[in-house]
Design a protein around this ligand. Structure first.
Ligand SMILES: Nc1nc2c(c(=O)[nH]1)N[C@@H](CN(C=O)c1ccc(C(=O)N[C@@H](CCC(=O)O)C(=O)O)cc1)CN2
Length: 306
């Protein structure tokens, strides 16, 4: 799971955390659980994926979700719309999926590629909480802010960061955690999760005053700003754990890079996640976990209501 890289005359080496290995283990675990759910109840988890437009990066990420679903026994359905689709047509599809007993989880792939301007929250807020496996609706997010984690889903990329820290036995309580980027997918939920775990948490963005200094104080530095290789060695406290959630897709050479300058960070951090092969695959496995949990809950509700 962890690879050591030794270089001469450098203070490193950081250990590279292999997200693909972590994800494979999680997928194996949920494949087993889903098999059992099917045997016990005849219920196979179902996932509805809504895509608007044809972004190349979104196509790749959706493909990864479809592959993972296929691997572990989730029935995944992709509803792909042209970028000129009207908002009402998509809303109607979400209402249909909300009422479809074969569908346990509904996600809208972000970012949307749309001609008719509408906000993605118009779509994500319509998903019923019990199917909101991305945790992007206001009601799910409010529960998260109130630290109601048990009865709720946790956003996949934020949860992936926790799984990664768990995989290296990194304790969180009392640690200085600096989260760079305040998106609804990563930074905002992660701030609440980290506070719940009693970390000394700072949420900041590129414009935060004294950003470099703040990052230099981080025992755990989590970066999700969408700015390729923004974090160089100067931002990193020696021995810090660095988690790179950045996915910067370069259309020209069709390559993905992180928000952290990997080679530089390697010489200063104690642990680091690469891009690709770090947070991304674990994020997909968290979606599979949430979809399984939604299906299990649906099955249990069915039993308790006769
Ligand atoms: N509705 C959502 N939209 C988006 C989310 C999300 O969680 N929900 N997260 C990202 C995209 N994403 C999942 O949707 C995602 C990103 C990256 C990966 C991944 O495995 N990447 C590979 C590299 C892939 C490649 O370019 O070849 C890796 O890092 O190894 C999976 C899923 C934004 N949108």
């Amino acid at each position: 799971m962890i690879t050591k890289i030794f270089k001469k005359n450098l203070p490193g080496p950081a250990k590279i955390i292999n997200g693909s290995t972590i994800a494979s283990k999680i997928l194996e675990e949920y494949k087993y659980k889903i098999n059992k759910l099917i045997q016990d109840s005849g219920t196979r988890p179902g996932l509805g994926i809504i895509q608007i437009g044809d972004r190349h990066d979104s196509n790749i990420y959706i493909q990864k979700k479809l592959q993972a679903s296929c691997k572990i026994g989730v029935d995944a359905f992709l509803f792909k719309y042209d970028k000129n689709i009207s908002k009402n047509q998509v809303l109607d599809k979400i209402i249909e999926l909300n009422n479809d007993p074969k569908i346990n989880g509904i996600i809208t792939q972000l970012p949307l590629e749309i001609s008719n301007r509408f906000d993605y929250t118009d779509l994500t807020n319509l998903v019923v909480p019990e199917k909101d496996v991305d945790c992007l609706s206001s009601s799910c997010y409010n529960n998260l802010c109130n630290h109601k984690f048990l009865e709720n889903f946790v956003p996949c990329a934020a949860n992936a960061c926790l799984k990664i820290l768990e995989s290296i036995n990194c304790s969180i309580a009392g640690k200085r955690v600096v989260i760079l980027g305040s998106s609804k997918l990563v930074g905002l939920p992660l701030k609440h999760l980290m506070e719940f775990k009693k970390a000394d948490t700072f949420l900041c963005d590129k414009t935060t005053k004294d950003l470099k200094f703040l990052c230099q104080t981080a025992d755990i530095l989590i970066v999700a700003i969408g700015c390729s290789q923004f974090i160089n060695a100067d931002y990193i406290k020696p021995g810090a754990v660095v988690i790179d959630v950045g996915i910067n897709y370069d259309e020209t050479n069709r390559k993905v890079t992180g928000d952290v300058h990997f080679e530089q960070a390697l010489q200063k951090a104690s642990y680091i996640t690469p891009v690709p092969g770090g947070v991304g695959p674990v994020t997909v496995s968290m979606l599979m976990m949430n979809t399984y949990k939604a299906a299990l809950k649906h099955h249990r509700n069915k039993i308790s209501h006769g």
